[in-house]
Design a protein around this ligand. Structure first.
Ligand code: ZN
Length: 339
């Protein structure tokens, strides 16, 4: 052979593989071989097909799978598509197409590309996350979590595009605007579903000590789990019967607390400023903050803004009144769940 001609050689062998079902995994009932399972990320079926990141990722899995087969393992190596949900829905709206037809066409395109690369998947074991036979299990999982109070509803702020009439993920908001229609994104207070993953913080942290991952990845994971130990201290609101719970990791520094900052979206704030001379300024401040991205609000580089609303809390240590401000860097939902 003078040169390697991929058009000729690869096609020939890929057809032979297909005709002989060479990659179809059969159950080894006599248990002659050890089992091995190789699983990769399922791609989202985009209209553009595979990108170079997919090629790199799936080549590694394929090489590893072929190696394991040659070592005598019965390797289960399936493929699937992450074809359900927001991205597929958005792409269909964008293309003015039926989401199912659009998704099916994209999967066909990507599957064809994956076959051309020569990836050795068992194509008889496909998973499509938009298939009711698949997502019924998502729903079953959800119900199991709901029965154990691990799924619960709570009011929270979401990014809302009034023109698309839909909730947007943080990644879909670009400098305060909807990525699809460029309308100004609003913050809307809506009832949302949450999963109580913090119940598993301890277990997740323990698990991290048992895996052989780079330290920087472990640090990111620990920060994401976000467990911190501290105390809840009650600060009474001056002139009212209620108090606010403050979480602190340094209860010994409480004597030094000389002011308190509320998130402008905290429901109490609205009632405090109502019919006062602060109401007008508050509404402007509130509207400005609601247009800011939540990550941006807490970003150390972003300018911190606040205003006094003539309200006081009582420092439980000194019994002294301390002024309450509202500030853009305080997020209403942050860290609200405790055990
Ligand atoms: Zn929009």
């Amino acid at each position: 052979m003078a040169s390697y001609d991929p058009q000729k050689i690869e096609k020939k062998w890929q057809q032979k593989w297909e005709a002989s079902d060479i990659f179809t995994v059969k159950e080894d009932l006599k248990k002659k071989k050890n089992k091995y399972y190789v699983l990769e990320m399922y791609p989202y079926p985009s209209g553009e097909g595979l990108h170079m990141g997919h090629l790199r990722n799936y080549s590694i899995g394929d090489v590893f799978t072929r190696f394991k087969r040659m070592c005598g393992y019965n390797v289960l190596y399936p493929m699937g598509y992450d074809s359900f949900g927001l991205p597929a829905e958005n792409a269909a709206i964008d293309q003015n197409a039926n989401p199912e037809e659009w998704t099916n066409a994209n999967m066909k395109l990507m599957k064809g590309q994956q076959k051309r690369i020569g990836l050795s998947y068992d194509w008889t074991r496909m998973i499509y996350s938009h298939d009711p036979y698949y997502y019924r299990w998502d729903q079953w999982f959800f119900l199991k979590m709901f029965e154990r109070s691990l799924a619960y509803r709570q009011e929270s702020y979401v990014n809302w595009c009034p023109s698309c009439a839909t909730v947007l993920a943080n990644e879909q908001v670009q400098s305060g605007q909807c990525w699809r229609c460029n309308s100004e994104v609003e913050q809307k207070f809506l009832t949302q579903w949450f999963l109580k993953i913090r119940t598993y913080a301890e277990e997740l942290l323990d698990g991290l000590n048992k895996v052989d991952w780079p330290e920087k990845v472990k640090i990111m994971q620990r920060n994401w789990i976000g467990k911190s130990e501290g105390s809840i201290i009650k600060f009474p609101i001056a002139g009212e019967d209620r108090s606010i719970d403050i979480f602190t990791t340094r209860a010994d520094t409480l004597f030094g607390a000389t002011f308190m900052v509320f998130a402008p979206e905290h429901p109490w704030v609205k009632t405090w400023v109502k019919s006062t001379k602060y109401e007008k300024d508050f509404i402007k401040f509130y509207d400005d903050v609601m247009r800011q991205d939540k990550f941006e609000r807490t970003d150390i580089e972003v300018i911190k803004k606040g205003m006094f609303i003539r309200k006081y809390a009582i420092n439980p240590m000194t019994k002294e009144e301390i002024p309450i401000y509202i500030g853009n860097f305080v997020i209403y939902e942050y860290g609200a769940l405790c055990d």
